[in-house]
Design a protein around this ligand. Structure first.
Ligand SMILES: [Zn+2]
Ligand SMILES: [Zn+2]
Length: 423
């Protein structure tokens, strides 16, 4: 079957690409010679594919530094829009037209990506507005290093799990952990090392895992509530320090370090009452359940003839040519729902966490109930004849399929590579 070009265009809409826009400054004047004798010389940075999740105070600093260093690709993920409170800590939002962007609720990722093109037109920039669970692991797979600039534990744990499955180094930054003069940078090296949850105590890890699998609210709801109550205090000073440390540690890890080292490292920085930097090394916790060998995505079958909008699990199962196929979901999905007020029924086909923050499409009531929740999809399910897009999966997703039965059961991973064509 020929690739369907029109549908492909639609597939690419979810991630906006700005690299084709006309440069806003001449790249001919750009001179990297002062970096040539450093770890960040041009032949290294120009090839590096980076992903930054979170475009708040910390994300602004990380993104600014990656733009100045001239990384080859910079992908920015954030779910929020710009607000007045961002302006005291986020340099990239300080533009002459920021009042317009605040009034228009411009997504942070979009605005920051535009600013990167102004700072350094040589960087290929992409932006995605949404949560990491809706981003599509295929794009994460094509990153060399991931920077976590998130403001809550749940989203961090989710991103760390995804990086661990794909063996991607993750540099997690945190602000205001003890007070506004403290911050933490952690390097989580990949599949062979610890994840974000390995450092948590048993009880906290259990709580976070419970929330991850069946959480009542998307992770940002609690973070937003805390911010509104003024519980999270951060300064542009600490954001600069932690953001710089993240980029330094992350890029040196890519360029210079022993990538097989299985240890994680954390740097705790305090600036008051005395400047102090403390290094802590840590190994994988034997009690952390996120390191089952079967959850790792090692080889991915790249399907190039179809995109996620035109193919169904039933067709994919047939293509794989094995019996007892089963599509496993990363997160539980709400397939059927009803409204307790107007009694209408509908098929949300979305992640459970997202459904639980939604309302009735008929009457707008928040009093909605789940009728059918699935954790996976067997070959004989009626849902298997819906396309992957109809089932609510993001473009560029990696699908986990169980093939064979009983003792012979194994997992394969599949992506529709043309979903990602623009990257
Ligand atoms: Zn772990
Ligand atoms: Zn209703």
């Amino acid at each position: 079957m020929k690739p369907k070009r029109n549908r492909q265009r639609e597939a690419d809409k979810s991630v906006a690409e700005l690299s084709s826009q006309a440069p806003l400054a001449s790249s001919a004047v750009r001179d990297y010679s002062r970096l040539e004798a450093t770890a960040f010389r041009r032949d290294r940075t120009a090839r590096l594919r980076t992903l930054v999740v979170g475009a708040g105070a910390l994300g602004n600093e990380v993104i600014k530094n990656l733009a100045l260093l001239g990384v080859g690709r910079l992908c920015i993920v954030d779910r929020d829009h710009v607000e007045p409170s961002n302006l005291s800590r986020s340099v990239l939002f300080c533009t002459s037209d920021i009042e317009y962007h605040i009034s228009q609720k411009t997504p942070k990722a979009e605005l920051v990506a535009k600013r990167v093109k102004e700072i350094n037109p040589e960087v290929n920039v992409e932006c995605f507005t949404g949560e990491i669970a809706d981003f599509g692991l295929g794009r994460l797979r094509r990153s060399d290093i991931v920077f976590s600039c998130l403001d809550n534990e749940l989203a961090r744990a989710e991103l760390s799990w995804a990086c661990n499955r794909l063996n991607k180094p993750l540099v997690d930054g945190g602000l205001g952990l003890i007070n506004s003069s403290s911050g933490l940078v952690s390097l989580l090296p990949g599949s062979h090392g610890p994840c974000y949850l390995c450092r948590k105590g048993t009880e906290r890890r259990r709580q976070l895992l419970e929330e991850l699998y069946g959480r009542d609210d998307p992770c940002w709801v609690e973070a937003r509530r805390q911010e509104e109550q003024g519980l999270v205090s951060t300064t542009p000073l600490m954001a600069s320090l932690i953001g710089a440390l993240q980029v330094e540690i992350g890029l040196r890890h890519c360029f210079e370090s022993d990538q097989e080292c299985g240890k994680g490292r954390s740097y705790r920085l305090e600036t008051h009452p005395q400047p102090d930097l403390e290094l802590l090394e840590f190994a994988r916790s034997p009690n952390c359940p996120l390191h089952q060998p079967e959850s790792y995505i090692q080889q991915v079958i790249e399907i190039t003839e179809h995109v996620w909008r035109d193919w169904t699990p039933a067709e994919l199962f047939r293509e794989l040519g094995e019996s007892a196929c089963h599509l496993s979901f990363d997160w539980p999905r709400t397939m059927g729902a009803c409204c307790r007020d107007c009694h209408s029924e509908w098929q949300p086909m979305t992640r459970r966490a997202r459904f639980r923050n939604s309302s009735c499409p008929q009457c707008g009531s928040r009093d909605v109930a789940e009728v059918e929740v699935l954790k996976g999809l067997p070959a004989d399910s009626p849902w298997a004849s819906h396309t992957f897009a109809q089932l609510g999966f993001p473009a560029g997703n990696i699908y986990e399929i169980a093939v064979g039965g009983g003792q012979m059961m194994r997992r394969v991973h599949v992506e529709f590579t043309k979903d990602l064509e623009s990257t």
